[in-house]
Design a binder for this molecule. Structure first.
Ligand SMILES: *[C@@H]1O[C@H](CO)[C@@H](O)[C@H](O)[C@H]1NC(C)=O
Ligand SMILES: *[C@@H]1O[C@H](CO)[C@@H](O)[C@H](O)[C@H]1NC(C)=O
Ligand SMILES: [Mn+2]
Length: 605
């Protein structure tokens, strides 16, 4: 008699179960995102967690990730045993070829719980073999380059870790072992920055003895931070090339030869791989966009920007050739060991983490070196939506103190500019002693920051002596142009240009630069933009990613006070509807008051 319902359940129940599970996952992700938004608001000027995703022309799923994260002090509901047990249990095909790992519905609760420990899907990571296969994501031509690597110098790969999961740490190590030519791999150096996990202690010492290459471990029993830990690793290294990796990376075929080959060409080069994305939920390996270079914004936050004009042109001739970048993300790079120390290693006055990538970037460029991104070298990095690390000394204090050091030593007048708009850094400034780093700048006869901006990053959006910097005030409305604050994606911030009450204090949102070429730009490389041709009488003015195209060029007529669009000679005006939300337009020049603009200089140094 019960046969009917049971038979029906056999067919229907798994379906119901599936949808219920799916529902749970969706709810969980939403709560994660909500929590993350909350945390982000608390640190709004320090971090944003943008990862831009899209599918490129060839159908490759592309994600552009960044080194950022929110600090979290507590691991909720994690027991001592949970945190200290190594649950690595590989399944032969899990994550094969960089494919995503699927968690069975029955394990979803466990997955959620374990996620909190490292802020990535530990359950998934623990299923993937340490030597999983990955696709060869390089351009085809790369396979025929760097083939005489037998003659290259040997590398020491330095990996700093703090409470890393076993599976991610040793998948990093194994990816180095199996995808680096033996001839050029001297050793792998692990630096433990005071980890507490039991499995990272004695079991790790025993495990590394079984590995087929020389793997050394150096331990700190007090937390010294990434910068100091890397310095320690570099001092212990025997190889003539230093390669720094994070503890949750996976190297792909050809990664090392191409980095070292680039350094062989010019030993004063810091060589960076293209950083691909290991998904923090599924551990799938996702190829990243090669046409980005690294720089920074007015807050000295590292940013990826679309490759600038001349570099892009050079690159289109041969897209496997290394190309220069104004700054590096900092986690993953290779450098000649002797040059690393000759150039002043790292600033040991820097605490924990943050700002050291800009410091080394400025030092390299200003003191006769260079930084290049090597398109034939792809290394996956696990990008998290939030950080599991504690920040001894507090994140604000640490980061601003590090950035204050960067500004004081390397940025000259632009250091003043940084301090003008960053109160937290300004407060620390006078307590900061950088005399030993200033000595290095003198000793190495380094060039100034103006040279760096002009020659290395001509597309920059910082003020200069030959540019306007300040407020743009509409005479008719007596209001000022602002940078829209709404949601924007990482690399295509976009919005309608609007007016707002002119603020008494100098605030970044109302500050604009107008270059000699007529680009009106502001922080994070966004520009005033209007269509090149008139569209039905009025066209909206937008604030969009700077492109260098003529549709972003303007002329300012000092006499008439008009801001004239360069290609169609229309005047910038408020919207005919006069509604704030409709923003600004370009329209026929009529001499009306709302077409008059005052460019009000604001001192910045
Ligand atoms: C986990 O911790 C939170 C507070 O941190 C508490 O509200 C919740 O009941 C705990 N859950 C379990 C299963 O212990
Ligand atoms: C990975 O290592 C295991 C032994 O630990 C071996 O059986 C397997 O064949 C290896 N897989 C690959 C793809 O090399
Ligand atoms: Mn990392």
């Amino acid at each position: 008699m019960l046969g009917g319902p049971i038979r029906r359940c056999r067919r229907v129940c798994p379906v119901i179960f599936f949808f219920v599970s799916l529902f749970i996952v969706v709810l969980w992700r939403r709560s994660q995102i909500a929590q993350h938004d909350h945390e982000e608001n608390q640190e709004k000027h320090i971090f944003s967690n943008n990862q831009e995703e899209y599918v490129d022309k060839r159908g490759v799923h592309v994600v552009v990730g960044r080194y950022i994260g929110n600090p979290v002090n507590k691991i909720p509901n994690a027991t001592y045993d949970m945190i200290n047990t190594n649950n690595f249990k590989p399944e032969p095909n899990a994550g094969k070829d960089g494919l995503p790992v699927v968690i069975e519905p029955k394990d979803l609760l466990k997955m959620q719980q374990l996620f909190q420990i490292n802020r990535f899907n530990l359950l998934a990571s623990d299923k993937i073999p340490l030597n999983r296969t990955l696709p060869d994501v390089r351009k085809k031509k790369c396979r025929t380059m760097y083939t005489n690597y037998q003659n290259y110098p040997k590398s020491s790969v330095i990996i700093v870790f703090h409470n890393e999961a076993w599976s991610t740490l040793f998948r990093t190590v194994w990816s180095v072992i199996i995808r680096s030519p033996k001839e050029i791999l001297e050793e792998i150096i692990l630096v433990d920055d005071a980890s507490e996990r039991e499995f990272l202690k004695e079991p790790l010492n025993e495990y590394i003895k079984t590995l087929p290459v020389s793997v050394k471990i150096f331990r700190n029993h007090k937390r010294i931070g990434l910068v100091a830990a890397r310095l320690l690793g570099a001092r212990k290294a025997q190889g003539s090339i230093l390669v720094f990796l994070d503890a949750h990376c996976e190297c792909t075929t050809g990664w090392l030869e191409s980095l070292v080959g680039t350094i062989v060409e010019n030993p004063k080069t810091i060589a960076c791989p293209v950083i691909d994305i290991i998904n923090d939920d599924t551990f799938s390996y996702v190829k990243s966009f090669e046409l980005h270079w690294g720089a920074f914004n007015w807050n000295l936050q590292f940013r990826w920007f679309t490759l600038g004009g001349t570099e892009l042109k050079k690159r289109s001739k041969d897209n496997t050739k290394p190309f220069m970048t104004p700054a590096m993300a900092g986690g993953l790079f290779a450098m000649d060991r002797k040059y690393f120390f000759d150039l002043g290693a790292y600033d040991d006055g820097m605490k924990v983490w943050g700002g050291e990538n800009l410091e080394l970037s400025f030092r390299a460029w200003q003191c006769g070196g260079r930084i290049e991104i090597v398109p034939c070298s792809h290394v996956g990095h696990l990008f998290r939506k939030s950080s599991p690390y504690t920040f001894p000394g507090g994140i604000g204090e640490t980061l601003y103190s590090n950035l204050a050091r960067v500004a004081l030593v390397w940025m000259d007048e632009w250091g003043d500019f940084y301090f003008k708009f960053n109160e937290a850094a300004r407060k620390i400034k006078d307590k900061t002693d950088v005399s030993n780093r200033v000595q290095i700048r003198k000793k190495l006869h380094c060039k100034n920051f103006e040279w760096y901006l002009n020659k290395i990053w001509p597309q920059h959006f910082f003020p200069m002596k030959d540019r306007f910097f300040g407020r743009i005030r509409n005479v008719g409305e007596n209001q000022c142009l602002i940078k829209p604050l709404g949601k924007e994606t990482s690399n295509q911030p976009m919005g309608i240009a609007k007016l707002n009450e002119c603020l008494k204090e100098d605030m970044v949102v109302e500050m604009f630069v107008m270059t000699q070429d007529g680009f009106i730009m502001t922080d994070d490389s966004v520009c005033l933009d209007a269509p090149e041709k008139e569209v039905n009488g009025v066209s909206k003015v937008r604030i969009m990613a700077c492109s260098g195209f003529t549709r972003q060029k303007w002329k300012y007529n000092k006499k008439t006070q008009e801001l004239i669009h360069a290609t169609n000679n229309l005047c910038m005006d408020i919207s005919p509807s006069k509604k704030y939300t409709d923003g600004l337009v370009i329209t026929e020049c009529t001499g009306t008051k709302t077409q008059k603009w005052k460019l009000e200089e604001v001192p910045w140094h």
